[in-house]
Structures are given as structure tokens and as C-alpha cells.
Design a protein around this ligand. Structure first.
Ligand SMILES: NC(=O)c1ccc[n+]([C@@H]2O[C@H](COP(=O)([O-])OP(=O)(O)OC[C@H]3O[C@@H](n4cnc5c(N)ncnc54)[C@H](OP(=O)(O)O)[C@@H]3O)[C@@H](O)[C@H]2O)c1
Length: 174
């Protein structure tokens, strides 16, 4: 992982603490708290769970695909180093074009999956679940600029031809 500024670390910690307090506070006190309140919402909850679960798997799959770039390079280096009897160079700052899954269409599918995941959570909590909605909008508003900047970085590093038609985060759109 790239080093991060302590301010970013503290902001992330503060954001997550505030977010979890808002979500748990709503679930414990403001939202539907009795079986009667939850009644009649089974289909929404089931649909939300399916959306949440598949998107979580997608998030993990695409995150893992990025990590596999360095893992496989390290494996290759180890094998080569064994043959040549030389020390390995390391892969800490190795970047390649990811290709699997939704990387075929966008450069930040892990972000897209993360947003879909939390849309599923919002469906489970119900449309009136204000902190779930706020979380989703906060995520989109902080991660979208990062994905757009990331696409510019990919073009700079690998060239327009290699990036091709791939958008930043939403296939065919942005
Ligand atoms: N960013 C946010 O605000 C945010 C908020 C909520 C949840 N998340 C979730 O947290 C997870 C990680 O987010 P992130 O913003 O850190 O993602 P990211 O910038 O895409 O980086 C993820 C990891 O993959 C490596 N990597 C990225 N592109 C690569 C490439 N082309 N070749 C090789 N390695 C590459 C990065 O290495 P380096 O660090 O060395 O560059 C880092 O270790 C995602 O699942 C995301 O949905 C992020």
C-alpha cells in the first residue's frame, strides 16, 4: 500500500466512527425497531441482501485482482532469483493494466461494486434510512473524483491506446 498522510488516516478513522455511530444509532433508535415496524418489508430486505452480497463479492474480486498483479510479479521474481542466485528487486510500486472481470469496461470496478453494495444496505434499511443514504452519497462524492483522477493517471502512465474505451467507474458513462 502507498504511504498515506496522517491527516488522511485520521479523517478516515473519524469518518468511519461517525458513520457507524449514525447507522447503529438509527437502527437502534430511530428506524424500525419492532417486528411490527419491520413487517411487510421482507421482499425489500431479501432483494437488498442479494444486491449487497453480490456487490461485496465483486468488490473483493476486483480488489484481489489488483493485488494479484504484485503477487504474481513477486512469484516470477522469486523463481528468477532462485535460478540466477540473485536477490529479488521487490514489487512495491509495480503498476499494470488490470484486465479481469469489470476491469474490461472500467478502471475502478471495485469502487462501483462498493457503491452497489451500500445501495443494497440502503434497500435493507429502507428508503427512510437517512444514514445509509448519506453514506452512499458521501462515498460517491469522495470516490468519484478519485476514480476520474485515477483514469487520467492510467492514460498518462499507459497511454490512450491501452486504456481504450474504458471509463473511470460506470461502464459507457463516466
Ligand atoms: N478510496 C476511498 O475513499 C474508499 C472508501 C470506501 C471504501 N473503499 C474501498 O477500499 C478498497 C481500496 O480502495 P483504494 O481507494 O485504496 O483503491 P486503489 O487506489 O485502486 O488501490 C487498491 C490497491 O491496489 C493497488 N493498485 C491500484 N492500481 C493498481 C495497478 N494498476 N497495478 C497494481 N496495483 C494497483 C494499490 O497500490 P498502491 O497503494 O501502491 O497504489 C492498492 O494497494 C476498495 O475496495 C474500495 O472500494 C475506498
Amino acid at each position: 500500500m502507498s504511504p498515506i498522510h496522517p491527516l488522511v488516516f485520521v479523517s478516515a478513522l473519524a469518518f468511519n466512527l461517525t458513520n457507524s455511530l449514525c447507522l447503529s444509532g438509527w437502527l437502534a433508535g430511530y428506524g424500525p425497531t419492532t417486528a411490527y415496524d419491520w413487517a411487510g418489508r421482507l421482499y425489500w430486505i431479501q432483494a437488498g441482501l442479494v444486491v449487497w452480497g453480490w456487490a461485496l463479492l465483486g468488490n473483493i474480486f476486483h480488489d484481489d485482482d489488483l493485488r494479484e498483479i504484485r503477487r504474481s510479479a513477486l512469484r516470477r521474481q522469486r523463481e528468477q532469483a532462485k535460478k540466477d542466485n540473485k536477490p529479488i528487486e521487490g514489487v512495491q510500486k509495480l503498476y499494470m493494466m488490470p484486465k479481469n472481470g469489470l476491469f474490461h469496461y472500467v478502471l475502478f470496478p471495485h469502487y462501483l461494486c462498493e457503491w452497489i453494495e451500500w445501495t443494497g444496505f440502503w434497500m435493507i434499511g429502507g428508503l427512510a434510512c437517512t444514514p445509509a443514504r448519506a453514506f452512499l452519497f458521501n462515498e460517491i462524492s469522495t470516490m468519484l473524483p478519485r476514480a476520474l483522477q485515477g483514469r487520467r493517471w492510467y492514460i498518462q502512465k499507459f497511454g490512450k491506446d491501452r486504456v481504450g474505451n474504458r471509463k473511470a467507474v460506470i461502464p459507457g458513462l463516466i
